[in-house]
Design a protein around this ligand. Structure first.
Ligand code: CP3
Length: 355
């Protein structure tokens, strides 16, 4: 494999010294970019982009070609590929978000769910990873990802997005054994899926626990964190002579950082509701931190974006262990020029915090 030309993202995740704070953006390939919208129109729809490795590679590269400051690429795909491979029938209704043809409601439904084989059932994702790695040819590291078992379970039980997770919460409290069986199957599926991505060339992996923060403190431990721990314990942590860092991102998990830091991952993703300096004091040397600018700051003018970047860098303070990111995905309405101003500000303003 080609040597990495820019490895500051991997170095920061392992708290090794860097020249400037590395930066990438969740959802960096997406609808705010006109070139993404053009590729999607050409492919037909979103899932066709994901399922065709050439298209997935093309849109993964778009933000990197536009913004030379980006220190990482992220596989273009979706977290819902796993439930789709389990036979749920994923589709996207324009403007409606994800939907499933089949919904998981009973213990019998859960018992019938297969554990997908990443190569047979999700081969298009493995092919996308190896295609992107070849195209990157060492420019920056490639991030692989998956949803957390809890987050995937919410989509499978609700049949799509939800405001209150009514069916999923009812199942959790009425029938915890059934919920545990579903989460256990998902944890096995996620572990082999991420290991498949690592073997195909992913150089770091992130687990998106988008809806973990919607649980009670006790339920978070039992129904989300426990399964992420299980996954972390089953992951390949070194490949091709390099560590493969693992990032856990629980949106709205700020109250539980100490216990998330004990899960065995290398880094925690932070949303914008916590102060990153305070988070650093709480997790100590255990993990690196990734985040955490409110994505809506990108609606403001470049001067205001720069001020906010400076505030977050100052709050984290000196030394490695910080990967700059947004606290959640960039939104479709953001002006691409503002995203550029954000990325430039991170590199320009962060040199003073590194030796
Ligand atoms: O970060 C990246 O650039 C990589 C690509 C990526 C996508 N989805 C592409 C996408 C990643 C990492 C995801 C993860 C994902 N998918 C999550 C977890 C992260 C998060 O945002 O909390 C979740 C919950 C999903 C499920 C999902 N996929 C939803 C709810 C939606 C619709 C939301 C929306 O913005 O409309 C999607 C679709 C989706 N996934 C799009 C993209 C670029 C938009 C599809 C389009 O082009 O119309």
């Amino acid at each position: 494999m080609t040597a990495l030309k820019n490895d500051r993202f991997l170095r920061a995740l392992l708290k090794q010294p860097v020249d400037v704070t590395p930066v990438w953006m969740m959802r960096q390939a997406g609808r705010y970019l006109p070139e993404y919208r053009a590729s999607r129109a050409q492919a037909g729809d979103f899932m066709s982009l994901c399922m065709n490795p050439e298209f997935a590679c093309e849109v993964t590269m778009q933000p990197l070609d536009r913004y030379p400051q980006l220190d990482a690429a992220i596989l273009f795909s979706d977290i819902l590929t796993i439930p789709d491979a389990m036979g749920q029938g994923l589709y996207f209704e324009t403007g409606e978000g994800p939907r499933f043809k089949k919904v998981v409601s009973t213990l019998a439904d859960i018992e019938a769910l297969p554990i997908p084989d990443p190569h047979k059932d999700l081969g298009y994702v493995m092919d996308a990873v190896s295609t992107i790695r070849r195209e990157l040819s060492g420019r920056v590291p490639l991030i692989g990802f998956s949803g957390s078992p809890w987050t995937l379970a919410t989509y499978m039980v609700e049949g799509g997005s939800s405001k209150d997770f009514r069916k999923t919460k009812a199942m959790l409290y009425d029938n915890p054994q059934a919920m545990h069986l579903l989460l256990d199957k998902l944890a096995q599926s996620v572990t082999s899926y991420l290991n498949g991505q690592i073997m195909a060339g992913a150089q770091a992996v992130q687990i998106f626990d988008t809806w973990g923060g919607n649980l009670s403190a006790a339920a978070y431990q039992e129904f989300s964190l426990a399964y992420m721990k299980k996954i972390v314990n089953g992951l390949i942590r070194e490949h091709d002579g390099r560590k493969v860092p693992v990032i856990l991102f629980t949106k709205n998990g700020g109250l539980w950082l100490e216990s998330i830091a004990d899960a065995g991952a290398d880094a925690l993703g932070l949303d914008w509701t916590c102060d990153i300096g305070n988070a650093r004091a709480r997790v100590g040397d255990k993990v690196a931190l990734q985040g955490n600018m409110d994505p809506t700051v990108l609606y403001a003018k470049p001067e205001a974006i720069r001020t906010e970047v400076g505030r977050i860098l100052a709050s984290y303070g000196k030394g490695s262990g910080h990967v700059f990111n947004l606290g959640h995905g960039i939104t479709p309405e953001v002006d691409p020029e503002h995203a550029g101003a954000f990325l430039r500000a991170v590199h320009e303003l962060s040199a003073q915090y590194h030796e």
